[in-house]
Design a protein around this ligand. Sequence first.
Ligand code: SF4
Length: 299
Amino acid sequence: MIVTIDKSSGFCWGVVRTIEKAEETLANTNENVYILGQIIHNPHESSRLEAKGLKTISHQDLEKISQEKNAKVLIRAHGEPPSTYKKAAELGIDIVDATCPLVTSLQKRVEKFYKDDYQIVIYGKKEHAEIIGLRGVCNDECIVIKTVEEALEKVDFSKKTVLISQTTMERATFYKIKEALEERVKELIDGGEVSDRFTAKDTLCKAVYGREDKLKEFAKSNDVVIFVAGRNSSNGKSLFHICQDTNPRSYFIEDISELNMDWFEGAERVGITGATSTPQWYMENVKEKIEQEMSSVLV
Ligand code: SF4
């Protein structure tokens, strides 16, 4: 049996940047270094950084942290709403901003549309950290939707509207929502220009959807696919659906202990892949485990 790791899997550059900032900050201070929320949606990588001293906190802990001298608080790749920066400044907390530059630029775009009086429609998950940040820049005056039906039901078509997306959502669904909204606007304006009433900006991250074709090829070229990701990873869920649609013998695991050797019965080629938050070292561990277990079965 041949076990291979998908060459196009592993951390996206935004996550690499955040982790580097965290490690650099930890290396250059003797004071406490905190991260606001889990650094990435992967428990194994979070534990690795926690072992180096990174402490995960919530917004409620900020006041307590402010009693410490020189403590640093990292903002993770998903970004934060302006209220977090304001509160940190009021409390005198030293912020290390590791927001992914793509998320920062998305926040700026939303802020601009808000100032230009657009009705903002976001394809995403309302309580996802990135969306909480986006909601913050437009004073929570936006509509967050996940499906075509929800979009058609919630959008006020009398308003000038912009559709954008959380960076890690599914591309196909974004375009279905865009088409449905365009169609409805077309019906309502009766011959006018759709672009005067509605615009859609594809703000999906290429690090996620750029992988879709390669992932399909990888899933097709293996008999069994093991998809490794944190259960709360948004892009992990979308990428896993692509694997599963291409190869029904695809299995999602967060932890090595979830591997079931029955999955590999009769398989000659096993592929391991993951989300943009899945560390390479953990996929290597999964590969080693499968090879060890299967060689003992075959002996
Ligand atoms: S998936 Fe894209 S937007 Fe999100 S952290 Fe990675 S590079 Fe940035």
